[in-house]
Design a protein around this ligand. Sequence first.
Ligand SMILES: [Zn+2]
Length: 416
Amino acid sequence: MKNILLLLILFTPTQLFSQNTYYLQPDRVFDGTQMQEGWAVLVTGNKISAAGPSAQLKPPKEATVIKLTGCTLLPGLIEGHSHLFLYPYNLTDWDTQVLKETDAYRTARATVHAKNTLMAGFTTVRDLGTEGAGYADVALKRAINEGIIPGPRMIVAGRAIVSTGSYGPKGYDDDSKIMLGAEPTDGNDLIRVVRDQIGKGADFIKVYADYRWGTKGEDRPSFTLDELKLVNEVTRSSGRYLVCHAKSKEAIKRAILAGAETIEHGDYLDEEVAQLMKQHNVTYYATLGAVDAIQQYRGWKKGKDPEPALVQQKKRSFKIALDAGVTIGMGGDVGVYHHGQNVYEMELMAEYGMKPLDILKAATSVNAKALHMENEIGSIKPGLLADLVAVKGDPTNNISDLRKTEFVMKDGVRFR
Ligand SMILES: [Zn+2]
């Protein structure tokens, strides 16, 4: 034992010196809050060790100098609402993906989705449910963390929770058991299911607070306020948090009052709900990309045809949230459209009136805080993990410059 300790003491300093050191020199740095012209960033091992004006911050002699001329360096981007186990519904509809594709097949696809996401500069994803692939997200996350396959950091929901009778796939013969896209449960049994999902690896709990099961197929609440409160209490006591899918006004209100930290979709939020979100420090994920993409899959010729009602509604609610000063995160429900095209959501946020600098914040520091990870990711400052991306151009002038990925680093490892 004594010998082992001695060995450790002898070898630790050598390991420190053999850590990779990178000196990154872009034209400008977005630090998670503002744009800094002429900054350089120093990476030591898997951490950012220094950041500041390049005139003051000189490269140490052991550093690999990477000049990123014409580029903006940003914190690794964070996708706030992904489904790595889904792919565009115009290729294969959702029912077929959930019912006819095995978990093994879906996982094989998900490894490619993960790689494409990372290469597009998204070094972290909050994944909102496997939609019928059980806890394959927990396994995918493990393979990425162990360095077996390239992919983003994953914060995962697992199966997610729905109320009995509300969720799909729907309309099949009752003679055979149809597997749903999430785990159905109600009442006091929610306690057991939340604990079970946590035990199987859920990093947070996702509940569908409403679904389109109204008499005319409209979005109606699926859980009572008390049920949501129960879920929140059990979730919180484990140190985790609740997030809710909620489109209708009533479901959004119940979710907020129950203690949900983020609202997903929020299609029918109004001024009153926006104020409630602010009071309760709730972060809003509008998922503009999903609505825009689905309408196009249904035949809408964007830019030619008049805007479908659902797109108009999305624009209205997004503007209400924006004007009210609600905290808006970046999450597009990617999976409905191609993984690796995550910037699509950010382009729509710009199109719907959000300032590019605020969109950059949403995808970095705001998302990091919503994930309770602001001390690890989402900003460029000493001590944080070296998750960094460089793009050609300046995304505060043109948000689509985020598509021009030149450099990707996650955890101090260079992938591009
Ligand atoms: Zn989703």
